[in-house]
Design a protein around this ligand. Structure first.
Ligand SMILES: CC(C)(COP(=O)(O)OP(=O)(O)OC[C@H]1O[C@@H](n2cnc3c(N)ncnc32)[C@H](O)[C@@H]1OP(=O)(O)O)[C@@H](O)C(=O)NCCC(=O)NCCS
Length: 460
């Protein structure tokens, strides 16, 4: 990589850092990835996450190792991934294989100068009799020992969570590691759940099937085909993911359909972003987390449920929201008539159906640029991430409108836009001509901040 490229890459990484500092990422590693030659590199990527003050929890699978062990011993496991029936012999294989993987992970972390620890982080119960069939030693997660996990994370330790757990009375059960990862991520209120497996993510065929449903058509349209290769779906909202599972499940390999299903479950349980990536790609983990494009598939929550387009009738509320900001010269004065005239550009964030924040997005279509303006949060609702959501929403809207750049002008809040919004200092000369004229006339000498947008993709 040439030095300039490296620098751009570093800038892109730094843009994401404030968002993830002191948050937890749960990384679910399939057993096959632990045996891959990229495993050592993965540990270095995890070391980088830790150095950015991101708490990491590893949840591992063991299906690959169970299969290999069974081949050696000549046994036939009743199930390998913890989703079917586990008889006593398969449980013993699972315990042996799982201990081996957990040890390799702790040992690998140690070699990367990281501290890892495995233990009883879960309480399990038997899955029981399902559809008249006794699942024997297959279990389900009853409880996640959140305090134990958090205390390790606070001490800088990386907990390694195995796909077997006991019921606290001396009986062990085999669990499905994807399900464990979802439960752990939800219990820890993780910022991300990342599945590292041996598939690139959600891949759909190049050809649109003749009877494709509406969501499948919309998702395929957003991901143009490249040289007839199967399409890697970069990002879908949780609603789209649910529809795709209904409309196109048969187009997906079983393993990916299961991961996709668990991704939806995780988002519905409150994990805002879930990623499925090929754990064997060098620097794949970093590229997925720290670049808009990513390398795999992201399933994300609809974070904009509380945001709606402003109506003319919001004019008065917006005027009173921005009043203090205008007095403090943080915001440009706007009359109610002016706001009502431009109501289509404004959007508001509602709490209990009352707007508590506003912002505007003005498009300069000819130049392919959009201006984020008038960002204002009611002081009683500050520091809850509402301003950041408004910025992200505006960015998404600008991107969907095909704009290549988002800019904003600020006299006092430039640090906020840079630290929380990923803007960089720009130049008044880069403003669209009409906007430049207004800028010169205003005499405010605001700083110009810009952000280049990657088309079609929300931030990861
Ligand atoms: C700036 C503003 C939009 C932030 O909204 P918010 O919903 O409180 O912001 P978020 O919750 O997303 O982010 C809060 C973080 O931003 C930081 N922040 C807030 N205002 C800041 C500023 N002026 N400069 C730098 N950082 C700032 C907070 O310290 C907090 O940091 P932390 O997460 O590290 O603790 C809001 O304070 C506001 O409306 N200010 C008055 C109007 C204004 O200046 N608008 C921008 C003019 S274009």
């Amino acid at each position: 990589m040439d030095p300039m490229n490296r620098l751009t890459h570093l800038r892109e990484i730094l843009r994401y850092v404030p968002r993830f500092r002191d948050r937890v990422f749960v990384i679910a590693i399939d057993g096959a990835v632990v045996e891959d030659e990229n495993f050592r590199n993965l540990l270095l990527d995890i070391a980088l996450l830790r150095s950015l003050s991101i708490g990491v929890v590893l949840v591992h699978g063991a299906a690959h190792q169970i299969l290999k062990l069974a081949q050696r011993t000549g046994e036939t496991p009743t199930n390998i991934d913890g989703s079917g029936i586990t008889d006593d012999a398969t449980l013993q294989l699972s315990l042996f294989a799982s201990n081996r993987v957990a040890y390799e992970l702790v040992e690998g972390l140690d070699a990367a100068d990281l501290r890892g620890a495995t233990g009883n982080f879960l309480v399990a119960h038997p899955a029981g009799i399902l559809g008249g069939v006794d699942y024997q030693f297959t279990g389900k997660v009853e409880r996640v020992n959140t305090d134990f996990l958090l205390s390790l994370i606070q001490q800088g330790v990386i907990p390694v969570v195995p796909p077997v757990a006991s019921d606290g009375e001396g009986c062990s059960y085999r669990l499905n590691s994807d399900v464990v990862a979802v439960e752990v991520a939800a219990a820890l209120k993780a910022a991300k759940l990342i599945f590292l497996n041996t598939y690139p993510g959600l891949v759909l065929p190049a050809e649109i099937p003749p009877k494709a449903g509406e969501t499948l058509k919309a998702v395929l349209a957003r991901h143009p085909v490249q040289k007839d290769t199967p399409r890697l779906i970069r990002s879908v909202s949780v609603e789209e993911a649910e529809n795709l599972l209904k409309e196109a499940r048969e187009l997906l390999p079983q393993e990916i359909a299961q991961k996709f299903e668990q991704s939806v479950r995780a988002v519905r349980l409150g994990v805002p972003r879930v990623h499925i990536i090929d754990g064997r790609l060098e620097e794949g983990l970093l590229a997925e987390v720290f670049s808009n494009l990513g390398v795999g598939t992201m399933v994300h929550a609809n974070e904009y449920q509380s945001i709606r387009r402003a109506r003319k009738s919001d004019g008065r509320t917006i005027v009173s929201l921005i009043a203090d900001g205008v007095v403090n010269e943080e915001l440009v004065r706007r009359s109610r008539a002016e706001i009502e005239r431009q109501a289509g550009d404004f959007f508001v964030f509602e709490v209990d159906r009352t707007p508590v924040a506003c912002a505007a997005l003005h498009l300069y279509a000819a130049e392919g640029k959009a201006e984020l303006a008038c960002v204002c949060v009611d002081p009683r609702f500050e520091n809850r991430g509402i301003g950041t959501k408004m910025m992200q929403y505006a960015e998404d809207q600008a991107r969907q409108a095909g704009m290549g750049q988002l800019f904003c002008l600020s006299t006092q809040t430039f640090n906020y836009f840079q630290n929380k919004g990923g803007f960089s200092p720009g130049n008044p000369d880069s403003l669209p001509a009409v906007r430049r004229e207004k800028y010169d006339k205003s005499g405010r000498h605001s700083l110009v901040l810009v952000k280049n947008l990657v088309q079609g993709l929300p931030p990861r």
